[in-house]
Design a protein around this ligand. Structure first.
Ligand code: CU
Length: 269
């Protein structure tokens, strides 16, 4: 229905509402544009100097223009209170319970996205700023904490299962970044000192999207949507949406990798 807008392909359950709102705003703005444009053209001709050599200081007496403006304000009010605010409230207030969602921590830094999963225990382990090492441990995960041993971290790669609510907890290590995935119709600033949740339900796997778009190299991309420094343009992350089984396999493979590194011995005993 909103194909005419040329928006990126849609891959999240709430996206249709946002697209239709964008569509209605465009329709309304087109009406205003044509209306105001026509009005200006009309006044230029109607009140041209050759017909009105002397200015009329009384002006228009009818109230038609006031009624029109009230009409415009009413439609704007409907768009704002009827559509925009309810959609926004669903995004920020009605976050699903964490027990029913996959919670992922995403931490922005100049110029990368650090991703962390809680692992099979479902608990994010301790982190310590003193343990931060930009190469080996950019989030300062304390592997001596039992809850941290199975935490999986990745750089610029976010793996998600399809058709499951995802809660991304956004943070930043330095300046303001912004987590934007156009296909999920999601964009949220990551602000130093705050943990901001964003939630969505991705409903098209990367493989499906590759078939649908006819592009075998299609990737969902996390674009940093705030100018965050000189390397801002390099701040790209990738999202891979997998089927539930594939996601399970990926998670197990990550645990196997950790086990190899000797981090999760205790968890697996
Ligand atoms: Cu950034």
């Amino acid at each position: 229905m909103t194909d005419w807008l040329g928006l990126p392909a849609l891959a999240a359950t709430h996206g249709g509402q946002i697209d239709s709102l964008i569509g209605w705003i465009h329709v309304f703005m087109l009406i205003l544009f044509v209306g105001w444009g026509g009005f200006i053209a009309y006044t230029l001709v109607r009140f041209r100097r050759s017909r009105h050599p002397v200015a009329n200081y009384t002006g228009v007496k009818s109230h038609a223009s006031s009624s029109l403006e009230i009409g415009v304000a009413v439609v704007e009010g409907i768009l704002l209170f009827g559509f925009a605010i309810p959609i926004w409230a669903a995004r920020v207030d009605r976050i699903p319970p964490e027990s029913e969602a996959l919670v992922v921590h995403v931490t922005g830094e100049q110029f990368a996205w650090n991703v962390r999963y809680a692992g099979p225990d479902g608990v994010f382990g301790r982190t310590d700023i003193k343990l931060i090492d930009l190469q080996s441990n950019p989030l300062g995960v304390d592997r001596s904490d039992p809850a941290a041993k199975d935490d999986v971290t990745t750089l610029n790669q976010l793996y998600l299962p399809v058709n499951q609510p995802i809660i991304v907890k956004l943070r930043s290590k330095d300046v303001i970044h912004s987590f934007g995935v156009p296909e999920f119709r999601v964009k949220q600033d990551a602000i130093p000192g705050l943990t901001i949740p964003v939630w969505f339900v991705p409903n098209v796997t990367t493989a499906e999207m590759r078939t649908r778009t006819g592009n075998p190299e299609f990737q969902y991309e996390i674009a940093c949507a705030q100018l965050c420094g000189l390397g801002h343009y390099t701040m790209r992350g990738f999202v891979t949406v997998l089927s539930a089984d594939e996601f399970q396999k990926w998670a197990e493979a990550e645990q196997a990798k950790l086990k190899e590194l000797g981090a999760v011995d205790d968890v697996w005993k």
